[in-house]
Design a protein around this ligand. Structure first.
Ligand code: GTP
Ligand code: MG
Length: 249
């Protein structure tokens, strides 16, 4: 079982992308399932094969410990570690080719707290990678573009797995999405977009250095809604785990 952790900012499309990716992998002949690690989510666009909500009751935690909403979320995320053996048991009987792990809305619960790292290190699989999802609409100003690229790098550094960076929701405003991809490909295009915003110029130097050292991941445009771009992502994932072995038909 290969494991794919899906992370990204709140509302960027992690859950819908998990569903569309699962369907795309299924279509290529793989057996896949999704693990929901978001104890606070109400509606999921997919049927999870394992779900932390079966182990953790977010409302009971809040009441029992008298915590506010953020405290409850943090407590629930930390509690996940203690249920990992049970979750692993549920997953192992399924004999999946790929497990997709949908992570909580508040990115920092998974990316920056120990519980997320614990899950990555201790969930047993034959290989692991992570996907950072960005919303193309949010990324479509030059300053947001730079800060989200650096944020994605920070999360990838923290998670310590092979990672890819997805530009989601390209169906919403295709022209904007094309512009974001242009900025990603050409450092001069993002530089000219930033113009003479003085404080941005020093960040631009940082971005240039990170890019020069191969630390910046290219954006892969997709729509989790329409499925556009999913074939390339599926091929990339299969290549990463199987070193180019043919995708099963
Ligand atoms: N148009 C469009 N909408 C999308 C796309 N991906 C997600 N959405 C919508 O964006 C909203 C948020 O999507 P989710 O999949 O719930 O995002 P999320 O990152 O899991 O959200 P949280 O778990 O709350 O952080 C939903 O209304 C989705 O239908 C996309 O590619 N295109
Ligand atoms: Mg979600």
């Amino acid at each position: 079982m290969y494991i794919i952790f899906v992370t990204g900012m709140a509302g960027s499309g992690k859950s819908l992308f998990s569903k569309t990716l699962s369907e795309s992998l299924d279509k290529n002949g793989w057996t896949t399932g999704i693990l929901n690690t978001d104890a606070a989510t109400i509606n999921l666009p997919y049927e999870p094969v394992s779900d932390v909500r079966n182990f953790i009751d977010i409302h009971a935690i809040g009441e029992q410990y008298g915590l506010g909403s953020n405290g409850t979320m943090i407590f629930a995320a930390d509690l996940l570690a203690s249920f990992l053996p049970k979750i692993q048991e549920e997953l192992d009987v399924l004999q999946l080719d790929y497990l997709i792990v949908d992570t909580p809305g508040q990115m920092e619960l998974f990316a920056y707290r120990e519980s997320g790292k614990y899950l990555i290190d201790n969930l047993q699989g034959d290989g692991k990678m992570s996907i950072f999802i960005s919303d193309s609409f949010m990324m479509s100003t030059s300053l947001n573009f730079l800060s989200i690229k650096v944020l994605a790098l920070s999360v990838m550094l923290r998670l310590g797995t092979y990672s890819i960076h997805i530009l989601n929701k390209v169906d919403m405003d295709p022209e904007r999405a094309v512009r974001v991809i242009e900025w990603d490909k050409s450092i001069t295009s993002i530089e000219s977009e930033l113009g003479d915003q003085e404080h941005a110029i020093s960040y631009m130097k940082l971005y240039r250095e990170l890019r020069k050292n191969g630390l910046m991941k290219d954006l892969l445009p997709v729509s989790a809604l329409t499925g556009e771009g999913l074939n390339s992502v599926t091929t990339l994932i299969a290549d990463q785990f199987t070193s180019g072995e043919e995708i099963k038909q």
